[in-house]
Write a new protein. Structure first.
Length: 262
């Protein structure tokens, strides 16, 4: 019954998007298994979101699987956008001005607006990574890019300190301004079986939840949605929401909050 309810709610959300193309993206859920995959060279792509939000003129999320051990030319990279790369599987080589590194699974790369990087798949037959990119209104772009001296930031998963708590634990990634934001806050939450992170609450920031493992129930505006690994949740500004571990064993997910410039 819950799964049927989830499917109906998911389809209604998507239908609503189609009917209101000029409206900002509402709170939405994107179940990994329901996102179609398309072939790219060399590999595959799942497109989750390509829309505007209350804060951004463009907000995009996709999942790329690169099936060869070679350099990667990602044609979706937009130099006018700020970007997050999150490695889902495998190892991703990344090279930019004055640095070169290999990022492992569950690691994070923040690429400021206007910065260029090169990717390569490393040490295995394929690498899968999320590409999350956003940009503010067009009138703000030129000044921000010309003034941007922010470096590319690399966050290795095993270098993140795990702080255990009664509900599970947390890995803090970053909480600071970025090239386009007053604050970009990221952390990874681990919840024990049956635990909830918090009661439903609201905040001005827009937020995404990206599920790493396990099963969660996300409550949005009083409606529950069941989601598994690889799924995405977008939470619009001031919509009540809360999350709990609804599966067996622990669950783990990224929480990423976007605070716009004044």
């Amino acid at each position: 019954m819950t799964q049927k309810f989830f499917l109906t709610g998911f389809l209604l959300l998507i239908h609503g998007l189609v009917l209101a193309q000029k409206e900002p993206l509402p709170s939405s859920v994107f179940e990994y298994k329901m996102i179609p995959s398309q072939s790219i060279s060399p590999g595959a792509k799942k497109g989750y979101v390509d829309w505007s939000t209350l804060f951004f003129s463009s907000f995009q999320v996709s999942l790329k699987t690169i099936s060869s051990n070679s350099a990667i030319t990602d044609e979706d990279l937009d130099p006018t956008s700020e970007k997050l790369i999150i490695i889902k599987q495998g190892k991703l080589g990344i090279e930019g001005e004055n640095f070169k590194n290999v990022m492992e699974e569950r690691s994070v790369v923040l690429i400021p607006q206007g910065k260029n990087v090169k990717f390569s798949s490393e040490m295995g037959p394929e690498v899968t990574y999320f590409l999350i990119q956003w940009k503010p209104e067009q009138r703000k772009l030129s000044a921000q890019i010309s003034e941007n001296n922010n470096p590319v930031e690399l966050f290795g998963y095993h270098a993140m300190e795990f702080k255990e708590n009664a509900k599970g634990g947390r890995r803090s990634i970053r909480q600071a301004p970025s090239s386009t934001l007053k604050e970009l806050e990221m952390h990874i939450t681990t919840l024990n079986e049956g635990e909830k992170s918090h009661d439903p609450h609201t905040h001005l920031d827009e937020e995404i939840i990206l599920i790493l493992e396990g099963e969660v129930e996300e409550m949005i505006n009083g409606t529950p949605y069941i989601l598994g690994p690889g799924s995405l949740i977008f939470l619009a500004s001031m919509d009540p929401h809360g999350i709990r571990n609804s599966g067996k064993g622990t669950c783990e997910y990224y929480a990423i909050r976007f605070t716009p410039l004044d």
